[in-house]
Ligand binder design. Structure first.
Ligand code: GDP
Ligand code: MG
Length: 323
């Protein structure tokens, strides 16, 4: 006979003790958007704020997963516990890459000081930011010192998520076209640290030069932190320790300059609004024959305008909450 699933409230205590199995289960429930686990996640949230959260972003194939693996191993040398969240792109063309990631990541799974979790963007709608940052909270509360969040630098949701971290690392690689790819993807400005990966390749120097030139053109005014360019190689191990040191320096900068306060505020605001969006979408989709469907017909028939319908939808959601 199958035993009933443990209530989420019971899993929280185990997560706070750092139990990987319970952590994994609560992440799954959070990812699925199960309402049952919300009070548990509220409790978890009170125990967060200790981990340093690092976003790793860049176009597909730029070497993010390889870098994450290297960083995780480097951080373990200083006894720090490392959580990894890899947000898989849902586009079918990257299916092969996802499999590759999993295999390489699995090598790390034998170390209890490393916890790895893949998350699909598929079907997440506005829920990706909510789900992945819930997972960050859970890892933080479970005692992971560093949380690495790998996400492809395309799509507003992905950019939002990576900006909700303390330190954003943007990865560029040689051999992926002539331009600095990060510019095309619009993620150059969000970098706290630039990495040029695959520096074992002879064409990496050009990528470094091009990137530095672009950065020189668009100097961030009034900021004490100038995003450095760190060359790395997953093949030779070049620059991985240096990158970890730079990440630690950025963390110290955030604390000393007080910028950490601003970042916390930005992240809290983004999470609150994204989650509100997520709730709205979920209820809207869930109410095909309800108030949303009725309003939709009225908007199509031009009985009311979309704005008025939106206000009524919000009011209806509010009434639903009170019940
Ligand atoms: N030569 C070289 N190849 C690399 C390096 N890092 C990653 N790659 C290769 O680049 C491809 C994409 O790497 P991956 O880490 O999966 O990139 P992601 O899609 O950004 O996560 C793989 O074929 C890797 O083997 C590196 O430092 N040097
Ligand atoms: Mg990857």
């Amino acid at each position: 006979m199958m035993s009933a699933p443990k209530p989420s409230s019971q899993l929280v205590a185990e997560v706070l003790q750092g139990q990987a199995r319970s952590l994994s289960r609560l992440i799954s429930r959070a990812e699925a958007g199960e309402v049952e686990c919300r009070p548990a996640l509220a409790e978890v949230y009170r125990h967060t704020g200790r981990a340093h959260v690092i976003g790793i972003t860049g176009v597909p194939g730029s070497g993010k997963s390889t870098l994450v693996r290297g960083l995780a191993l480097a951080a373990r040398k200083s006894e720090r516990k490392v959580g990894v969240i890899a947000i898989d792109p849902s586009s079918p063309y990257s299916g092969g890459a996802i499999l590759g990631d999993r295999i390489r990541m699995n090598e790390l799974n034998s170390d209890p000081g490393i916890f790895i979790r893949s998350m699909a963007t598929r079907g997440a709608l506005g829920g990706l930011a909510r789900a992945s940052l819930d997972a960050v909270d859970l890892m933080d509360a479970a005692g992971f010192d560093i949380v690495l969040l790998e996400t492809v630098g395309v799509g507003q949701d992905e950019v939002d998520v990576v900006q909700a971290t303390h330190t954003t690392v943007v990865v560029s690689a040689p051999g992926l076209g002539d331009d600095v790819q990060a510019i095309k993807a619009g993620i150059l400005e969000i970098a706290d640290i630039h990495v040029v990966s695959k520096c074992d390749r002879s064409d990496a120097n050009k990528t470094i030069t091009d990137l530095k030139m672009m950065l020189g053109l668009g100097l961030r005014e009034g900021s004490a932190w100038r995003p450095p360019v760190v060359p790395t190689s997953g093949e030779t191990g070049l620059g991985i320790e240096a990158l970890l040191t730079t990440i630690d320096e950025h963390r110290a900068h955030l604390q000393q300059s007080g910028e950490i306060v601003k970042r916390r505020r930005q992240t809290a605001e983004m999470r609150m609004l994204k989650t509100a969006e997520d709730i709205l979408r979920r209820r809207f989709v869930g109410r095909r024959d309800g108030v949303a469907a009725e309003l939709l017909e009225q908007v199509i028939a031009r009985d009311i305008d979309p704005y008025a319908a939106a206000l009524r939808l919000l009011a209806a959601l509010h009434e639903g909450e009170a019940k």
